[in-house]
Design a protein around this ligand. Structure first.
Ligand code: ADP
Ligand code: MG
Length: 672
């Protein structure tokens, strides 16, 4: 038997069951060996003083009463007897397994697996164990037509045939020693049939390391490939002009802004391709950093583009870029543009007369050609797929790429999902920002206390957002909710406040008009669905009221909260929610406790799992089979360090000690 043999040829596997195994991803003997259990049942016997109420466990004792079966109802019956362990007497019952009576022998020792009831000192038996050895048993994900026991038997047969001996090591000896990892042969065996918990723990630790280490090797390879690709594109930074520009800003850059800008400029000036993620909490001032990088690129004779997810944002950036850089010609490209305007803009991009451009997805359409695209920035990058980013890169001669995200990505995710990127972090807010007071109130409090307070604040000059409840995937209900809320508020405020309504069904021009009017203080209250979720800057808005706040995830709530607290005045966020679930209550609680986006993102990750932050498929987050990026973060970090160290040596793939790695990585992974 060989590792590459098809499992179809194993004894006990027919064509039908082979097909079923294939659906589990098991084609070869090797696949079978690495099809690991997802948990183990511990059949080890425990003394009763160690037992926890409700726990499933094995109890060993001496039978002290004969087994009695009583019948009640047609096919229902109960087998009872008592056992003694030390001085303790324990009642045992089995339901509907009368045939077990034969196995219960007075005065004999017996091992019963079942559920312990501490109050009654009794166990509800599930089975009588023949022996207590090999007590740690694997449980696999199986499917209809494949039994646990069949899978175990098959694995046992494969190990008995000595195939386990064919498993080869794929980690360098130095790493095995450094981290005290068991060898692969032992690990694979002990993943299935550990003699005890500690053997299993060691096996798992090794397999997790292996998985994360190889994952990091591939990421590092990708990163190097990226860098190698753009060897040659150098953007010469005019430090003096830039310093003048910075000195003319209406504020001083924060330390974190300056540091991030330096990192970005260094990448641009280097002959390598920039692939950098700029992370910063909402309101931390990423936009100005990005704008200054664009300025430097244009000064050096290149074009710079800024791509954003919505037209409202594109317009906002367009205005601020024009204001900041009156010396350049700035363009705006969105889907809703008139044909003539669009044609003019495209011509300008192609002949280079437009030096800076901002816009939506329209920026990466086929028809758009750039004369000398040197820098591409995408804002709120997680809304763009990996593929779109790639297209953008191909629009120029591999321009430098900076991605900005205002949804802080926990470090864990940043180095896994985006491990092929460099990361800059703006982890401080501009001085003078007042903390936003966040309060969680119940629906009952809205009319009697919140609305009168809002009216009062409006009277004093405040502007207010009301976010209507989020209904996933139903634009119609979203619209109805927003409209209802709008009508309710209009009725309540009467002539005390001017209320506007913004929702996804409006035309872009209409949305912009409303946003601009709100910014110009023509309205006091803006009722909106979450279309305003990202980026809009109205410094005078100081109150954010979120209806049914428990329907939103933490990151989204944090984004919404970031719409206020942008000016000098004290700001508030009011979460209106009567959450039913514990998760919902906990989210409301956390929101009132912290304003740090990174802390919230970590919490979000813990509460919802990595998949749900961006949606695994969208984010390109890898799926691991044994490792878990949240819980195994320490291993991930070590694996990353080791992977980086390997590639530090340009000749790594020729060294004898790395031959195991070379053999295990495919051509595709590293060399193409
Ligand atoms: P982000 O995009 O990170 O959410 P913005 O770039 O929109 O944040 O900045 C939020 C507000 O803070 C803007 O009005 C901006 O002009 C202002 N701002 C940016 N940097 C500073 C700074 N260093 N000091 C004071 N205000 C700043
Ligand atoms: Mg922004």
């Amino acid at each position: 038997m060989n590792l590459t043999d098809s499992i179809q040829f194993l004894k006990g596997v027919g064509p039908k069951s082979a097909e079923r195994y294939q659906q589990l991803g098991i084609f070869t003997v090797s696949d079978l060996l690495t099809y690991f259990p997802f948990r183990y049942d511990d059949f080890a016997a425990k003394p009763i003083f160690e037992l926890i109420d409700g726990e499933k466990t094995t109890i060993v004792g001496t039978v002290v009463t004969p087994a009695n079966v009583s019948y009640y109802g047609a096919r229902r019956n109960r087998l009872v007897f008592k056992i003694k362990q030390g001085e303790a007497v324990i009642s045992v019952s089995f339901f509907n397994q009368p045939y077990l009576q034969n196995k219960v022998e007075l005065d004999a020792e017996i091992a019963i697996y079942g559920k312990w009831d501490a109050k009654k000192m009794s166990i509800t038996g599930m089975k009588i164990l023949a022996q207590v050895e090999n007590s740690f048993q694997p449980v696999y994900h199986v499917m209809q037509g494949i039994k646990q026991s069949a899978l175990v038997t098959l694995l046992q047969a494969v190990f008995d045939a000595g195939v386990g001996e064919l498993i080869t090591e794929n980690l360098p000896e130095s790493l095995l020693q450094k981290y005290r990892l068991v060898d692969r042969k032992t690990a694979v065996h002990d993943m299935h049939f550990p003699i005890d918990e500690s053997a299993h723990h060691q096996a798992l630790r090794r397999m997790k390391f292996e998985e994360l280490f190889y994952f990091q090797l591939k990421l590092q390879a990708l990163r190097l490939k990226d860098k190698a690709l753009a060897f040659g594109l150098t953007i010469k930074i005019d430090e003096q002009l830039l310093a003048v520009k910075i000195s003319r800003l209406p504020f001083t850059l924060t330390g974190a802004q300056s540091q991030s800008l330096r990192e970005i400029l260094a990448d641009m000036a280097s002959p390598y391709h920039m692939n950098r993620l700029l992370q910063g909490d909402v309101g931390s001032g990423k936009t100005v950093v990005a704008s200054l990088a664009m300025y430097a690129a244009v000064q050096a004779g290149f074009q710079a583009a800024l791509m954003v997810p919505t037209e409202i944002l594109a317009n906002q950036h367009y205005e601020s870029l024009q204001e900041l850089f009156p010396e350049f010609s700035v363009g705006l490209l969105t889907g809703g543009m008139k044909t003539a305007e669009r044609r003019l803009l495209l011509a300008g991009l192609e002949d280079g007369s437009i030096q800076m451009v901002t816009g939506t997805h329209a920026l990466i359409q086929d028809a758009v050609n750039y004369q000398s695209l040197g820098l591409v920035i995408t804002d709120e990058q997680h809304r763009f797929g990996v593929k779109q980013r790639r297209v953008f890169r191909e629009k120029g001669q591999n321009p430098d790429v900076l991605m900005m995200t205002a949804t802080p990505i926990p470090r864990t995710l940043a180095i896994t999902a985006f491990g092929d990127m460099d990361v800059s972090i703006i982890n401080e807010l501009p001085a003078g920002r007042k903390p936003i007071t966040t309060r969680w109130v119940k629906h009952e409090q809205l009319t009697p206390s919140i609305l009168p307070w809002v009216a009062d604040e409006v009277h004093k000059g405040a502007q207010v957002y009301f976010i209507s409840p989020l209904i996933e995937e139903s634009e119609m209900i979203d619209l109805k909710n927003a409209t209802d809320l709008f009508e309710e508020l209009t009725a309540f405020f009467g002539d005390k406040a001017r209320v506007a309504l913004l929702h996804g069904r409006l035309k872009n021009a209409e949305k912009d008009q409303i946003m601009l009017a709100f910014k110009a203080k023509k309205y006091d209250v803006l009722v909106s669905t979450t279309v305003i979720e990202v980026g809009v800057n109205v410094p005078n808005a100081t109150i954010m009221v979120i209806m049914d706040a428990d329907r939103f995830g933490l990151s989204q709530l944090h984004q919404l909260r970031g719409r206020v607290g942008r000016g000098e005045k004290k700001s508030y966020t009011i979460l209106v929610a009567n959450p039913k679930s514990d998760g919902g209550k906990r989210r409301m609680q956390i929101m009132t406790e912290t304003q740090n986006g990174f802390v919230l993102a970590e919490e979000d990750l813990k509460m919802r799992g990595s998949g749900e932050i961006f949606g695994t498929r969208q984010s390109g987050l890898p799926e691991f089979s044994v490792a878990d990026i949240v819980n195994d973060y320490p291993i991930l970090e070590v694996a990353r360090e080791e992977a980086v160290a390997i590639y530090q040596d340009p000749q790594w793939s020729e060294k004898p000690e790395n031959q195991l790695l070379v053999a295990s990585l495919t051509e595709d992974d590293v060399f193409d």
